[in-house]
Design a protein around this ligand. Structure first.
Ligand SMILES: [Zn+2]
Length: 376
């Protein structure tokens, strides 16, 4: 089955090309060009709309009223909501929980991965976090990253553990980072009190991501650069950013884009309220209140994830005067590279996954193809 998309304003990390066509063949992009398009089983005239790669979300906890912690049915329901907003590949984030509960969740995610190629695997955001920077993770479930516990979680995930966040100051953290790296897992630094030196040690040991930059860590101080200074100065590190106007001031977000060009990944960190609206929700075992799109633990507590979808993050980035190429790179090629998937995801090129998003000129999602199937 081939699908031809014509008259597109193609936009990806490599640039912007008007009057483009793209040929999808099953789950793969078969050809891309301008001028006379090839024949196909079906064809859509995009009438000059944007055509971008599908968005890759490294960090989310749910959406559409469903939390990823609640098992495969909830995961599938939440994914459908994010897909309609352009997210064609997702990492499933879990909050801190007892070890046996995490094992059950990882086992369920492995089942979802087995029949849904758009799910890239699991992210353990907890439990290896600093209690003083726990944010919306229940401090009762935090623990040090002991080798035996890391092995238990790796086994439960059956090869689908994709990302683990660790506070590098915890006892055993550097050993755990090496163990996870050896198992093919990407390691993130986050929910941490680490200073610059300790964070650099973690990156030297193989950590490659900073979990939601600025949030749940010391700030960027001129005499104490902290984990942000370490991440900015290491060109191998990708910095997650929750760009919703609540998590990080737009001026600091702009500073980060300027300081680490091509290394900012726009993540949602979305919880169940994403795509729904204000109200009362759960994040793991904790109660979350959402008011005016802002999710907090109780009415005045710390931020508890976001209600973002990635198309909203894109519009926010465009509104900050980033170029369309910079903004789309942060949603596609950069997160794909952070997971080592840069040869298959995040660009509109032959051989890449048939993940594309059609957006109106005002950056509203019109249609989405994920893994070659039209999902919206
Ligand atoms: Zn977090």
């Amino acid at each position: 089955m081939t699908t031809l998309l014509t008259n597109a304003r193609r936009l990806d990390a490599d640039g912007e090309v008007d009057g483009s066509w793209v040929l999808l063949d099953g789950a793969t992009i078969a050809a891309v060009g301008t001028g006379e398009p090839p024949a196909a089983d079906e064809a859509f005239d995009l009438e000059g709309a944007w055509l971008t790669p599908g968005f890759v979300d490294l960090h989310a906890h749910g959406g559409g009223g469903h939390a990823y912690d609640d098992g495969p049915d909830s995961i599938r329901a939440a994914l459908a909501v994010h897909r309609a907003h352009g997210t064609t590949r997702s990492v499933i984030s879990l909050v801190a929980a007892p070890l046996d509960a995490l094992e059950t969740s990882l086992d369920g995610i492995a089942d979802v991965v087995a029949d849904d190629p758009t799910v890239l695997g699991a992210h353990l955001e907890g439990p290896f976090l600093a209690a003083s920077r726990c944010g919306a993770h229940d401090p009762a479930y935090l623990r040090d990253p002991a080798v035996d516990d890391v092995r238990r979680l790796l086994d439960a995930a059956r090869g689908t553990l994709r990302l683990v966040t660790i506070a590098p100051e915890l006892p055993g953290a550097l050993k755990a980072i090496q163990l996870l790296r050896a198992a093919g897992v990407t390691v993130a630094v986050g929910h941490t009190e680490a200073d610059q030196e300790r964070a650099m040690d973690a990156f030297d040991a193989g950590a490659r991501v900073l979990t939601h930059a600025f949030n749940a860590m010391p700030g960027l101080h001129h005499r104490n650069p902290g984990p942000l200074g370490a991440a900015i100065s290491d060109h191998l590190v990708t910095l997650e950013l929750v760009l919703d106007g609540h998590h990080v001031h737009p001026a600091m977000a702009g500073l980060l884009f300027a300081a680490a060009p091509g290394r900012i990944a726009l993540v949602t960190d979305a919880m169940a309220a994403a795509g729904v609206g204000d109200g009362a929700y759960r994040l793991g075992a904790l109660d979350v209140v959402v008011r005016d799109g802002r999710a907090t633990l109780g009415p005045d507590g710390p931020l508890a994830g976001s209600t973002l979808t990635q198309d909203a993050a894109l519009r926010f980035a465009i509104g900050m005067d980033l170029t369309p190429i910079e903004a789309i790179t942060a949603l596609t090629a950069t997160p794909a590279r952070a997971l080592g998937l840069h040869d298959r995801l995040g660009r509109i090129q032959p051989g890449f996954a048939a993940d594309v998003v059609v957006l109106d000129r005002d950056w509203t999602v019109r249609h989405v193809w994920a893994d070659g199937r039209r999902v919206s």
